[in-house]
Design a protein around this ligand. Structure first.
Ligand code: SME
Length: 199
């Protein structure tokens, strides 16, 4: 199957739980044989984003209701060091840097220091728990990368040993774009992203 076809969603899929199981299976095949986290996160972001847009029973591709961003922010010191530099890309371990994503340009980094971290991604990372935000305008500290975003879900990316490596973040143009079923499906996908890659 061509790689691009992995983001097609068969008509037989009628429910969110079937949808997320399908995306999980597709991601298993897309990550097979490769353990580079940049590569696997890039395909994960594209697969999730394009599958959501291809599932008309879900958000559909309506310009006012669709998912408009899907990607990862990763702890700065997990990024590969530039070859000709003795300096790490960022010496900050209290910063998440923008990783692979689909959607419009977004903030380059997110501060996750305990006394300074703010926003949905920072709080999900610091508290190490998923955050579902039905209305971003009512979320104190929300960082608006795209003023059109109305709702958001963030899932922490956590290694088996409990170390946090970043977050998986999705934005939606509709209010209450995500629910508990999405959280459940995305938590399984976040585990697959973490387990399928070297960090
Ligand atoms: N809204 C996020 C920032 C990242 S963007 O949505 C891509 C936050 O509040 O942390």
């Amino acid at each position: 199957m061509p790689h691009a076809d992995t983001s097609l969603v068969p008509d037989s899929i009628k429910s969110k739980s079937e949808f997320w199981t399908h995306v999980h299976t597709q991601l298993e095949s897309l990550t097979a044989g490769e353990r580079n986290w940049v590569t696997n996160c890039a395909n994960a972001a594209s697969l999730i984003y394009n599958s959501l847009l291809a599932f008309p029973l879900y958000f559909g591709s309506g310009t006012d209701t669709a998912v408009n961003w899907c990607g990862v922010y990763i702890v700065a010191d997990r990024f590969p060091k530039p070859r000709n530099s003795t300096k790490a890309p960022s010496e900050h371990t209290d910063r998440l840097l923008l990783g692979p994503f689909c959607g419009k340009p977004a903030c380059q980094f997110i501060n996750v220091s305990l006394n300074n971290g703010r926003g949905v991604c920072a709080e999900a990372f610091i508290q190490c728990r998923p955050l579902l935000v039905p209305n971003v305008d009512e979320y104190p500290g929300h960082i608006a990368c795209d003023g059109e975003t109305k709702s958001e879900i963030v899932i922490p990316l956590v290694l088996q040993n409990g170390e946090r490596v970043g977050v998986l973040d999705l934005d939606c143009l509709a209010l209450s774009g995500f629910d508990e079923q999405d959280r459940e499906g995305l938590e399984k996908i976040a585990s697959l992203i973490v387990d399928s890659s070297d960090w």
